[in-house]
Design a protein around this ligand. Structure first.
Ligand SMILES: [Ca+2]
Length: 190
Protein backbone atom coordinates (compact mmCIF):
# COMPACT_ATOMS: atom_id res chain seq x y z
CA UNK A 1 0.00 0.00 0.00
CA UNK A 2 1.49 3.38 -0.94
CA UNK A 3 1.22 6.53 1.14
CA UNK A 4 -1.69 7.93 -0.86
CA UNK A 5 -3.73 4.75 -0.50
CA UNK A 6 -2.91 4.57 3.18
CA UNK A 7 -4.00 8.16 3.69
CA UNK A 8 -7.24 7.58 1.77
CA UNK A 9 -8.00 4.48 3.79
CA UNK A 10 -7.24 6.19 7.08
CA UNK A 11 -9.26 9.25 6.17
CA UNK A 12 -12.19 7.07 5.30
CA UNK A 13 -11.92 5.01 8.42
CA UNK A 14 -14.55 5.42 11.05
CA UNK A 15 -12.46 3.50 13.55
CA UNK A 16 -11.84 5.44 16.77
CA UNK A 17 -8.61 3.50 17.21
CA UNK A 18 -7.29 4.75 13.88
CA UNK A 19 -7.81 8.48 14.56
CA UNK A 20 -4.68 9.11 16.70
CA UNK A 21 -2.59 7.45 14.02
CA UNK A 22 -4.31 9.56 11.36
CA UNK A 23 -3.44 12.73 13.33
CA UNK A 24 0.25 11.90 13.46
CA UNK A 25 0.30 10.73 9.86
CA UNK A 26 -1.05 14.07 8.67
CA UNK A 27 1.48 16.04 10.71
CA UNK A 28 4.33 13.80 9.61
CA UNK A 29 3.31 14.36 5.98
CA UNK A 30 3.33 18.14 6.44
CA UNK A 31 6.76 17.97 8.06
CA UNK A 32 8.18 15.88 5.21
CA UNK A 33 6.72 18.24 2.62
CA UNK A 34 8.27 21.30 4.29
CA UNK A 35 11.62 19.55 4.59
CA UNK A 36 11.56 18.56 0.93
CA UNK A 37 11.06 22.19 -0.03
CA UNK A 38 14.06 23.28 1.99
CA UNK A 39 12.08 24.71 4.89
CA UNK A 40 11.95 28.47 5.11
CA UNK A 41 15.41 28.93 3.55
CA UNK A 42 14.06 29.33 0.01
CA UNK A 43 15.82 26.29 -1.42
CA UNK A 44 19.25 24.78 -1.08
CA UNK A 45 20.51 24.88 -4.64
CA UNK A 46 22.07 27.48 -6.87
CA UNK A 47 19.99 29.09 -9.64
CA UNK A 48 18.83 26.85 -12.45
CA UNK A 49 18.92 29.43 -15.21
CA UNK A 50 21.69 31.63 -16.57
CA UNK A 51 21.19 35.12 -17.89
CA UNK A 52 20.11 35.15 -21.51
CA UNK A 53 22.98 37.34 -22.64
CA UNK A 54 25.45 40.12 -21.88
CA UNK A 55 26.62 43.01 -24.03
CA UNK A 56 29.57 45.38 -24.04
CA UNK A 57 31.07 47.84 -26.53
CA UNK A 58 34.41 49.51 -25.94
CA UNK A 59 34.52 53.22 -26.75
CA UNK A 60 38.03 53.87 -25.39
CA UNK A 61 40.29 54.32 -28.39
CA UNK A 62 43.48 53.26 -26.61
CA UNK A 63 44.98 49.80 -26.80
CA UNK A 64 44.64 47.91 -23.53
CA UNK A 65 42.04 50.26 -22.14
CA UNK A 66 38.26 50.10 -22.22
CA UNK A 67 35.36 52.38 -21.51
CA UNK A 68 31.63 51.89 -21.82
CA UNK A 69 28.45 50.34 -20.57
CA UNK A 70 27.81 46.67 -19.97
CA UNK A 71 24.30 45.30 -19.74
CA UNK A 72 22.66 41.91 -19.53
CA UNK A 73 19.43 40.20 -20.52
CA UNK A 74 17.86 38.57 -17.44
CA UNK A 75 17.25 34.86 -17.07
CA UNK A 76 13.96 33.61 -18.48
CA UNK A 77 12.98 32.41 -15.00
CA UNK A 78 14.31 34.41 -12.05
CA UNK A 79 12.42 32.92 -9.13
CA UNK A 80 15.59 31.31 -7.76
CA UNK A 81 17.94 34.14 -8.74
CA UNK A 82 18.82 36.95 -6.36
CA UNK A 83 21.56 38.71 -8.32
CA UNK A 84 23.70 38.89 -11.45
CA UNK A 85 27.50 39.07 -11.12
CA UNK A 86 29.95 40.45 -13.67
CA UNK A 87 33.47 39.01 -14.02
CA UNK A 88 36.48 39.19 -16.29
CA UNK A 89 36.81 36.02 -18.38
CA UNK A 90 39.88 34.34 -19.82
CA UNK A 91 37.63 32.64 -22.35
CA UNK A 92 33.92 32.36 -22.99
CA UNK A 93 33.34 30.10 -19.99
CA UNK A 94 36.08 30.67 -17.41
CA UNK A 95 36.65 33.46 -14.92
CA UNK A 96 39.99 35.20 -15.45
CA UNK A 97 42.52 33.49 -13.20
CA UNK A 98 44.46 36.72 -12.74
CA UNK A 99 41.46 38.55 -11.29
CA UNK A 100 38.37 36.52 -10.46
CA UNK A 101 36.78 39.03 -8.12
CA UNK A 102 33.33 40.35 -8.92
CA UNK A 103 33.47 43.53 -11.00
CA UNK A 104 29.89 44.50 -10.26
CA UNK A 105 26.61 43.06 -9.02
CA UNK A 106 23.02 43.84 -9.97
CA UNK A 107 20.15 42.57 -7.84
CA UNK A 108 17.10 41.03 -9.48
CA UNK A 109 14.68 43.76 -10.51
CA UNK A 110 17.51 46.26 -10.15
CA UNK A 111 17.69 46.95 -13.85
CA UNK A 112 19.90 45.37 -16.50
CA UNK A 113 22.93 47.67 -16.48
CA UNK A 114 26.18 47.14 -14.64
CA UNK A 115 28.21 50.14 -13.55
CA UNK A 116 29.91 51.69 -16.57
CA UNK A 117 33.62 51.19 -17.10
CA UNK A 118 35.11 54.68 -16.82
CA UNK A 119 37.53 56.06 -19.39
CA UNK A 120 41.01 54.56 -19.40
CA UNK A 121 39.98 51.41 -17.51
CA UNK A 122 42.89 49.00 -17.80
CA UNK A 123 41.95 45.79 -19.56
CA UNK A 124 43.72 43.04 -17.59
CA UNK A 125 46.23 41.28 -19.82
CA UNK A 126 44.72 37.91 -20.59
CA UNK A 127 41.12 38.94 -20.00
CA UNK A 128 39.26 38.40 -23.24
CA UNK A 129 35.60 38.25 -22.19
CA UNK A 130 33.07 39.59 -19.77
CA UNK A 131 31.12 36.88 -17.96
CA UNK A 132 27.82 37.07 -16.11
CA UNK A 133 26.67 34.47 -13.61
CA UNK A 134 23.35 34.14 -11.83
CA UNK A 135 23.57 33.69 -8.07
CA UNK A 136 21.58 33.25 -4.91
CA UNK A 137 22.41 32.65 -1.25
CA UNK A 138 23.62 29.14 -2.08
CA UNK A 139 26.12 30.19 -4.73
CA UNK A 140 26.39 30.69 -8.46
CA UNK A 141 25.24 28.63 -11.39
CA UNK A 142 28.35 27.03 -12.89
CA UNK A 143 27.43 28.09 -16.39
CA UNK A 144 27.29 31.78 -17.24
CA UNK A 145 27.00 33.85 -20.36
CA UNK A 146 29.75 35.89 -21.98
CA UNK A 147 30.64 38.54 -24.50
CA UNK A 148 34.06 38.95 -26.14
CA UNK A 149 35.88 42.17 -25.29
CA UNK A 150 36.75 43.89 -28.55
CA UNK A 151 39.43 46.40 -27.60
CA UNK A 152 38.79 49.50 -29.72
CA UNK A 153 42.03 51.02 -31.00
CA UNK A 154 41.92 54.30 -32.90
CA UNK A 155 45.34 55.94 -32.77
CA UNK A 156 46.11 59.56 -33.39
CA UNK A 157 48.49 60.65 -36.14
CA UNK A 158 51.10 63.25 -35.29
CA UNK A 159 52.27 65.34 -38.26
CA UNK A 160 55.27 67.64 -38.10
CA UNK A 161 54.67 71.09 -39.58
CA UNK A 162 58.23 72.13 -40.35
CA UNK A 163 57.65 75.71 -41.43
CA UNK A 164 55.24 76.49 -38.62
CA UNK A 165 57.26 74.79 -35.91
CA UNK A 166 54.15 72.91 -34.76
CA UNK A 167 52.78 69.37 -34.76
CA UNK A 168 49.27 68.61 -35.99
CA UNK A 169 47.37 65.90 -34.12
CA UNK A 170 45.00 64.05 -36.43
CA UNK A 171 42.06 62.14 -35.05
CA UNK A 172 42.10 59.05 -37.23
CA UNK A 173 38.59 58.11 -36.12
CA UNK A 174 37.14 61.16 -37.84
CA UNK A 175 39.72 61.62 -40.58
CA UNK A 176 39.49 65.38 -40.49
CA UNK A 177 42.42 67.74 -40.39
CA UNK A 178 42.03 71.49 -39.94
CA UNK A 179 44.04 73.14 -42.75
CA UNK A 180 44.00 76.27 -44.89
CA UNK A 181 42.56 76.66 -48.35
CA UNK A 182 43.57 74.25 -51.10
CA UNK A 183 45.76 71.68 -49.34
CA UNK A 184 47.75 69.42 -51.69
CA UNK A 185 49.94 66.39 -51.32
CA UNK A 186 49.90 63.37 -49.06
CA UNK A 187 52.38 62.01 -46.59
CA UNK A 188 52.43 58.83 -44.55
CA UNK A 189 54.63 58.09 -41.62
CA UNK A 190 55.00 54.74 -39.90
CA1 LIG B 1 40.35 50.36 -26.23
Amino acid sequence: MDGTSLFRNLAGSRSEAARPFLFWFIHLSVFISVAACGGSGGGSVVPVNAAVGVAFTDIDRNLGQIEGDSSFTPAAVENDVTEYRLYWGQDADTRFAGNDTVIDTVLVNGGTAFAAFPADTTLPAGASHLLVFTANANGELATGVSVPIVDLVLPFAYVANNGANTVSVIDTSTNTVPVGTGPVGIAITP
